[in-house]
Design a protein around this ligand. Structure first.
Ligand SMILES: *Cc1c(COP(=O)(O)O)cnc(C)c1O
Length: 244
């Protein structure tokens, strides 16, 4: 088989496996069927890989690096058949610099990585009026790691209050990347902390429905603790080149 066809069928196989696994885990942890949304993380991967996932019916994609994301968004839009109403949903999940907010808010439907009010304000002010409201999550540095982005737990409430005043964005919930661990219980502990923070916000008048948590290596723990969106790259596309 030629390389590209081989890669195509590998992606199809892996994507089906991940989706099957999500449905099994929903059952196992008494979650409603289809209550966990898969966002396929295509960062660093070529557009052909995105086409392969798209051809299998995948519509939610996540990207961390703006420049390559914009190219893929443009190309996939062109690829879509004209009669098909666009149901594509692009999720920005990477760090956000101030000078990137305009392009992000013009091209994405979701942003998971808001951790400063000034960034949220810019996303709000720059959101084109032709587009529906931008869906956002607050990124939380749930294990308080120096290397990780996100607000510390103590600052969630204040940031959430600030965001709730903005008219062109809708706060949907919380996102986190916990400390790396192969231990299931430790993974669950981190995700439980995020779930408790969401519950705490909801007890204080917010109406949030999203826990964006769980990646290739900790899917089960995340679903056990109530993830509503999982962000999966490696399990579908294979390893990414490590950055030098
Ligand atoms: C890269 C990335 C993912 C995907 O991680 P995998 O381990 O490849 O599944 C998920 N979320 C964020 C924020 C990422 O940067």
């Amino acid at each position: 088989m030629p390389e590209n066809l081989k890669q195509n069928s590998l992606i199809e196989t892996h994507l089906k496996q991940v989706l099957e696994n999500l449905r099994l885990l929903e059952k196992k942890y008494q979650r409603p069927a289809k209550s966990v949304q898969l966002v396929v993380v295509s960062k660093t991967k070529p557009i052909e890989d995105v086409y392969s996932a798209y051809a299998c019916g995948q519509r939610h994609f996540g990207e961390s690096y703006l420049q390559e994301a914009l190219e893929k968004i443009k190309k996939l839009k062109i690829k879509q058949s004209k009669i098909e109403k666009s149901q594509l949903c692009w999720h920005f999940i990477g760090p956000i610099q101030k000078n990137k907010t305009r392009a992000i808010t013009e091209n994405f439907q979701w942003v998971h990585s808001v951790d400063r009010l000034v960034i949220a304000q810019r996303l709000n002010d720059q959101r084109p009026s032709s587009l529906p409201i931008l869906q956002v999550c607050i990124q939380v540095n749930i294990d308080n790691e120096a290397s990780k982005a996100g607000v510390i737990i103590e600052d969630i409430q204040n940031l959430a209050k600030g965001l709730s005043k903005l008219k062109n964005i809708k706060l949907r919930g919380l996102m986190a990347i916990p400390q790396s661990s192969n231990d299931f219980q430790q993974q669950r502990n981190s995700f439980a902390k995020l779930r408790e923070q969401l519950e705490y916000l909801n007890q204080n008048g917010f109406e949030l429905d999203t826990l964006s948590m769980g990646m290739s290596g900790d899917l089960e723990a995340a679903i056990a603790e109530g993830a509503t969106i999982v962000r999966v790259g490696t399990a579908i596309f294979g390893k990414r080149p490590t950055k030098t």
